[in-house]
Design a protein around this ligand. Structure first.
Ligand SMILES: C[S@@+](CC[C@H](N)C(=O)[O-])C[C@H]1O[C@@H](n2cnc3c(N)ncnc32)[C@H](O)[C@@H]1O
Length: 289
């Protein structure tokens, strides 16, 4: 689950939860401790994080010249398994060995590295995808590496979930987070006034700019897929510890956050619906296969 976006324009990502004031020169992908923190509870991550819409997976497969897919930041293998079912051949790249081990146990072939440092050793692919992970990759170096490994006509398609939970749930989270992490630079309440899709646009623009800067691709487009899911209190609280804002929080502080958000959900009747838009920023490598 992504969380509420931080207010700093340099950090449009909903998973940010920084320990100190971000400097304007520092991009999100440079916060490596958070970038590689998700394996602390890989089992919970895989159990609770939402899957990606089948229509998105099918559209990427259909718009790629062949079945070879490279999944950047594959984590525990959530979208890799979906692409395996739809396409057949997926190689995951994942720097966190705990996430990589989980993905391997679930049947995904994984090489442990950041995408920027990974050695493709001359291999080529028909699509390079990334589920909620491209913001942790240098957008220019990542696009350059994708251009290097994509066959002509191959597709680069990083995608992210944008979500809208009820304001009561988001406000409760913002308030308790402010109290338990008083020195956080994040003012989560200030984000409640913007639509989640608007809050994500700077990040999507950055991805598209990286692709344009590298060149060799057609103009990037956005593909959007709307869906929704209902959550019980327990389902939502089970997922919350996997978000980047909370992965490094002390257990007693995390418990306080969960208790308060849980109380807000109870007050709403214990169940609620979350609206999701999954957005791919995508471009094909120029050339014919
Ligand atoms: C939010 S998780 C997403 C995992 C999975 N794709 C999913 O959607 O469930 C982000 C993943 O990106 C990985 N990651 C962080 N920096 C990376 C980099 N530079 N190159 C490749 N993967 C990276 C993290 O270790 C983490 O597993």
């Amino acid at each position: 689950m992504p969380t509420i976006p931080p207010e700093r324009a340099t950090l449009p990502e909903r998973e940010a939860g920084l320990e100190r004031e971000p400097s304007p020169e520092r991009e999100l992908h440079q916060y490596r401790q958070m970038a590689e923190s998700f394996g602390g509870d890989a089992e919970r991550y895989d159990r609770t994080r939402p899957r990606y819409p089948d229509a998105l997976v099918e559209r990427i497969v259909a718009a790629s010249p062949g079945p070879d897919i490279l999944d950047v930041g594959c984590g525990t293998g959530i979208e890799a398994r979906q692409f395996q079912a739809a396409s057949g051949k997926v190689l995951g790249i994942e720097p966190d060995v705990r996430m990589a081990d989980f993905a391997r146990r679930s049947g995904v072939e994984v090489e442990v590295a950041t995408f920027e440092a990974w050695d493709a050793a001359g291999r080529e692919f028909d699509a390079v995808v990334a589920g909620t992970a491209w913001h942790w990759v240098d957008p220019v170096a990542g696009a350059a590496k994708a251009a290097q490994v994509l066959r002509p006509g191959g597709r680069l398609a990083p995608f992210h979930h944008v979500f809208q939970a009820p304001p009561e749930v988001m406000e409760a989270f913002a308030q308790v987070y402010r109290r338990v992490v008083p020195d956080s630079p994040l003012n989560l309440s200030s984000q409640l006034t913007r639509s989640p899709l608007d809050a994500y646009q700077p990040m999507f623009a950055k991805i598209a700019d990286g692709i344009r800067e590298v060149g060799g691709f057609g103009d990037p487009e956005q593909w959007r897929f709307d869906w929704e899911r209902s959550y019980t209190r327990d389902e939502w609280l089970d997922q919350m510890p996997t978000i980047g804002t909370l992965t490094q929080l002390a257990p007693e502080k995390l418990a306080e956050v969960l208790a308060e958000v849980g109380a807000a959900i109870d007050a709403m009747g214990g169940i609620f619906t979350v609206g999701y838009t999954t957005v791919a920023v995508t471009a094909a490598r120029i050339g014919t296969a």
